[in-house]
Design a protein around this ligand. Structure first.
Ligand code: URA
Length: 229
């Protein structure tokens, strides 16, 4: 492992999120080779990092695809105590979701402890492809689909071009490369067809084939390599 910031190391060791790790460091609870760790301390795998005197060891990188069911929140910890996607993934490594699906949205969600890849995939610049299937009120006309393709105004800014097609009466598929908050619901509401149910069938080329709602699997090495590229 190259040298990384102490908070990133602690996150990779499954101790806390990066932000949580900063709190531990500020609280003076982290040592590196016996010396108090600082927010700007960098460490490598040969360094001995301890939290409250206990060794913090790096976990192997893990990549998980979850078929998120409705009714669970996409966060690592919910202040309201609701069930989270992390509760569903009983994995030895502490994996956290990449991006977000609304509590009522179902479908493909990636979780990982690879902070670098998570950051890259979530960055708008890399334009990860996401495919959504929406049930909507009414039956969108060709003009409504065309409006979606051309872009609708959200927060004073047009959405980037999307692929939009009808799957059946009151059912549309949207292929997006952006990831703005509640984007699909807001786009469909903007063309007069509020979403009644939303499912993400594909994320960065990963489909839910063979995964029931609530089930998850590790990615294959070739899938991880593809995400990295
Ligand atoms: N767009 C939404 O509106 N909700 C989601 O959960 C994902 C995309």
């Amino acid at each position: 492992m190259a040298r990384v910031r102490l908070n990133a190391y602690l996150a990779r060791a499954g101790v806390a999120s990066r932000r949580g790790a900063d709190e531990l460091i500020k609280g003076g609870r982290v040592t590196v080779n016996g010396e108090p760790g600082q927010l700007n301390t960098f460490v490598a795998s040969r360094d001995r990092v301890e939290v409250d005197g206990r060794l913090a060891e790096l976990q192997p990188l893990a990549y998980v695809l979850l078929h998120k069911p409705a009714g669970v929140v996409t966060t690592a910890r919910d202040p309201q105590g609701r069930r989270t996607v992390v509760d569903l993934v009983d994995h030895r490594s502490r994996v956290v979701p990449v991006g977000r699906l609304d509590v009522d949205t179902t479908g493909a969600l990636l979780l990982t402890n690879d902070g670098e890849l998570a950051h890259t995939l979530a960055h708008p610049r890399y334009e990860v492809e996401k495919v959504y299937e929406a049930d909507v009120e009414g039956d969108p006309s060709d003009e409504a689909l065309e409006d979606l393709r051309r872009g609708v105004e959200l927060d004073d800014r047009l959405t980037a071009p999307v692929h939009a097609r009808r799957l059946g009466p009151g059912q549309v598929e949207l292929v997006l490369h952006e990831g703005r908050k509640h984007q699909v619901k807001r786009m469909l509401a903007a063309v007069g067809h509020p979403v009644t149910s939303l499912h993400r069938s594909r994320y960065a080329g990963l489909t839910l084939e063979g995964l029931e709602p609530g089930a998850w699997r590790e990615l294959e090495p070739f899938e991880v390599a593809r995400l990295r590229s």
